[in-house]
Structures are given as structure tokens and as C-alpha cells.
Design a protein. Structure first.
Length: 460
């Protein structure tokens, strides 16, 4: 295993005062052949002494978790967390230990960790692995297993249930049966964890390497039902319809798999795009299911759930926008310019790129017998879209001041409230009527456009 020079330097420095190892996720990832991210150090040296050692050497030290024995040392502007070996007391809040006590034995520290794959310490000086719980075997066999009794580990920290699912999906592993049973037994208690922490774990799953598997595991472990029942019910919502072969939940999982990008807005739009189908589902006299109006209902559910999980306004707004519009493009005959003019909230190259990616993923998550026509239509529409250079008023070759000045020279005082109407009229002229988007041409037609506006307003 190879760690950074800084991490090795920290371990060597601490060895002058006690013992020290690289530990946890970075060791796991090195064994799995995954690149280095955060490198954490564990040591027998007490936290105050650790702080004194590195301050005396001239490095900034931050007491990030001094209460739990952790300090952060900055070396070459990169943070390294150093935690003293500890034994955790009881976890009465199901999240944090009520008390800790320091210990001189690294194996005591490894015993408090969540999963065997994270309970491995490595000595980079002597190239020695400390692995009392056989985490390396579990990594090799692709198993997520609790350290010791699974019920105890989950009772200590409910968030470990979400982490187990994330590791299994992200690393292509399976959850050990005893841990799996414990998660299902405790799943209803996940809501005792803060919404932000649940949201963080879900975010990592949805933007990770296998969001499809993550969603299905969340459903099977009953976690999804506990923190997002609006999504869990989709697995019990059939789609008896020629366009579909999956229930809504498994269709959603298939769409997540087909996104083709880890963009967070795209992934969350995929997660919520059909969230309203359970609410609007109807069945006709031929036994065919219909889901009229589901995009609007899905957008409403996305807003509610994402606000509950404390996501950023950027992520929420972007997700809701794509969900709301996700079924509007598809017919090859549609006029893309007219569509964009009427839907200015989605009229940008970046947003349309995501919308088309969502539509393709949605298509490939349906009945294979219906794919080809829908895919061909999307290709045609993308070709039409590629010919559009003006999406909104900001793309026009003139601005409000240009229009006001030009009309003033001709004795026309353009009232402020009419500037927006005139720009919108010019936008229509360029996008839909295919007028040239040059300053000279737009100014030459603006007077005519303005008089048409006044006429429509009954003021000419």
C-alpha cells in the first residue's frame, strides 16, 4: 500500500512518543485498489500532546473533535485527522457516545468501528497490517460485515444502516445476513438521525457508482419506507401499460442506472421523475394503467422530500424543474424553438442537455419493444435543438437600453413596463419566426413590433 509522504511523516513523528497507524477508509480503499482520498491517523498519543508536537514543528493544528480525541493537522494545506485510540461508552442518543476513554491498544480502537472493512490499521513504516476482524478477507469476498454484534453496532449509531447500504452499492458488495437482518429490524429508527445526515448519505448513494443498486437496497432493507415513504410506495405501484415492464420503483432504478452522468441534478431528477405515479394511477376498463398529470405531482413530491432532507436550493430547484418538464419532449414533429419560447424556465443549453439525458434514460427503462421509435424521435429533436442559438432574451443582439434609445430618436418614449414586452416580442420573432438576430435588424423591426404591442393593448 502507498500513502502520501505527509501521512507517513505524521506516523513516523508520532512513533517517537507512542504508536501510530493509518486507519479506516483510506486503508480499505488502498486494499481495494481505489485512489487515496482522506488519510486518517490513529495513535496512542493523547490529543493535547499531538497538538503540542505539531505546533512545535510549525504546523497549524485545529481541535476539530477534541472532545472525542481528534485534532486536525494541516500539512501543505491538506488536513489530516489524528485520533487517539479510544473506547466508546454507551450511545443513548443512537448516534454519539455519551463518553469516551483513551486506551494504549490500537485493537481496542478498532473494536469500536462500524464494519470490518473499516476496522483495519496499517503501519506504513514497517508495512504491517493490523486486522483483528478479518476485514481484508471481507474486502476480498465483497462482504459488508459489522464489527462484533450487528445489533450493538446499529444501536450505537443508526446512521450505520445507511452507510452499510452505501458501501454495498458503491463497492459492489453484499451485506452479511446478520447485519442485513439487523438493518431491517432497526430501519424504522433511522428517522432518529438528523435529516441532514440521512440526506448526505442518500446524496452519496445517488451520485455514486451504482444508484440503481442503492435504491433497491434502501427499499429491501425498509430504510426507504422509513425516511421517504413517497418513494418506497413506487415499488408497490404496477404499470400495466404497453410502454412498461417494471413497477414504478424498479423502473426508477433502471432510469438511475441509465443516466450516463453523475450530475447531481440529473440523478435526483431520475429518482423523483415518476414519484407522483402512485398518487395519480388510474386503470381503464381494459385493465391498462394511466398516470395522467404525474409530472406535476412528482415535482411537488420532489420538493417536499428534498426540503425535508435539507438539500440546497440549487439542487432542489434544478431537480423540480427537470421533473416538471420530463415528459414534454418526445414527438419528433414538435417545434423545439416554439417549445423553448413558451417554456423559458427550462430554456438554456445546459438544462436542455440534462433534460434529454433524463428522457433517454427514461426511455431505456421502459419496454424494450417501444425503445427504438422513442429513441429515434429524441435524436431528431436533438438535431433540431442543435440548430437553435437563441434561447432567451439575454441571447438577443439588443438590450433594453438599445431599444429605448433607438425609439427615442424616432420620437417614441418606450415606457418601462413595455420594455419587457418588446424584448419578448423580439425573442418570438427570432426564435419562432426566424428573424435575424443582429442588432441592426432587430432595431429595424422593433418599432413595428412595439406598435403591434400597443395595438394589442388597445392603446394605439
Amino acid at each position: 500500500m502507498k500513502f502520501s509522504e505527509e501521512a507517513v511523516f505524521i506516523v513516523k513523528t508520532l512513533r517517537d512518543y507512542g504508536t501510530a497507524f493509518v486507519v479506516g477508509g483510506c486503508v480499505r480503499d488502498q486494499i481495494m485498489g481505489v485512489g487515496l482520498h482522506d488519510e486518517d491517523i490513529t495513535t496512542s498519543v493523547l490529543p493535547q500532546k499531538v497538538s503540542d508536537i505539531f505546533r512545535e514543528l510549525g504546523y497549524p493544528v485545529i481541535p476539530t473533535g477534541i472532545k472525542h480525541g481528534t485534532v486536525t493537522v494541516l500539512i501543505n494545506r491538506k488536513p489530516y485527522e489524528i485520533t487517539t485510540y479510544r473506547i466508546d461508552g454507551n450511545y443513548t442518543d443512537g448516534r454519539h457516545p455519551d463518553s469516551i476513554s483513551f486506551t494504549a491498544d490500537v485493537k481496542d480502537d478498532l473494536a469500536r468501528r462500524d464494519f470490518t472493512i473499516n476496522a483495519i490499521a496499517y503501519d506504513p513504516v514497517n508495512d504491517e497490517i493490523i486486522d483483528p476482524y478479518h476485514g481484508t478477507d471481507d474486502i476480498r469476498n465483497k462482504i459488508v460485515r459489522a464489527v462484533g454484534d450487528p445489533d450493538d453496532r446499529i444501536a450505537e449509531d443508526r446512521l450505520r444502516m445507511m452507510r452499510a447500504v452505501r458501501f454495498a452499492a458503491e463497492k459492489g458488495m453484499v451485506i452479511e445476513p446478520g447485519l442485513y437482518r439487523a438493518i431491517r429490524n432497526y430501519a424504522h429508527e433511522i428517522t432518529s438521525v438528523s435529516a441532514e445526515r440521512i440526506g448526505e448519505e442518500l446524496y452519496k448513494m445517488m451520485t455514486g457508482s451504482d444508484p440503481r443498486e442503492a435504491l433497491i437496497l434502501l427499499h429491501r432493507t425498509k430504510l426507504l419506507k422509513a425516511f421517504a415513504p413517497e418513494l418506497d410506495i413506487l415499488f408497490d405501484t404496477p404499470q400495466n401499460n404497453p410502454h412498461h415492464i417494471y413497477d414504478v420503483g424498479h423502473h426508477t432504478a433502471a432510469v438511475l442506472k441509465g443516466c450516463g452522468s453523475a450530475d447531481d441534478v440529473l440523478r435526483f431528477a431520475a429518482l423523483f421523475h415518476d414519484a407522483g405515479k402512485a398518487e395519480v394511477r388510474t386503470t381503464d376498463d381494459k385493465g391498462i394503467d394511466h398516470f395522467y398529470g404525474h409530472p406535476a405531482v412528482s415535482a411537488k413530491i420532489a420538493l417536499q422530500v428534498m426540503r425535508r432532507l435539507k438539500y440546497s436550493n440549487r439542487l432542489i430547484d434544478g431537480t423540480v424543474l427537470l421533473v416538471k418538464h420530463h415528459e414534454e419532449i418526445g414527438d419528433a414533429k414538435m417545434n423545439m424553438a416554439k417549445y423553448l419560447f413558451k417554456n423559458q424556465d427550462i430554456a438554456s443549453p445546459d438544462t436542455m442537455k440534462l433534460l434529454f439525458m433524463l428522457r433517454r434514460a427514461d426511455t431505456f427503462g421502459q419496454n424494450p419493444d417501444t425503445w427504438q421509435k422513442k429513441y429515434d424521435d429524441l435524436v431528431t429533436l436533438e438535431q433540431k435543438l442543435s440548430q437553435i442559438t437563441v434561447y432567451s432574451e439575454k441571447d438577443l443582439a439588443v438590450n433594453g437600453n438599445d431599444l429605448i434609445g433607438y425609439l427615442r430618436e424616432r420620437g417614441i418614449v418606450l415606457q418601462g413596463r413595455h420594455v419587457g414586452l418588446l424584448k419578448n416580442s423580439l425573442l418570438h420573432a427570432v426564435m419562432v419566426e426566424k428573424e435575424d438576430n443582429t442588432k441592426e435588424h432587430l432595431l429595424s423591426i422593433c418599432e413595428k413590433q412595439y406598435r403591434m404591442i400597443l395595438k394589442e393593448k388597445g392603446k394605439s
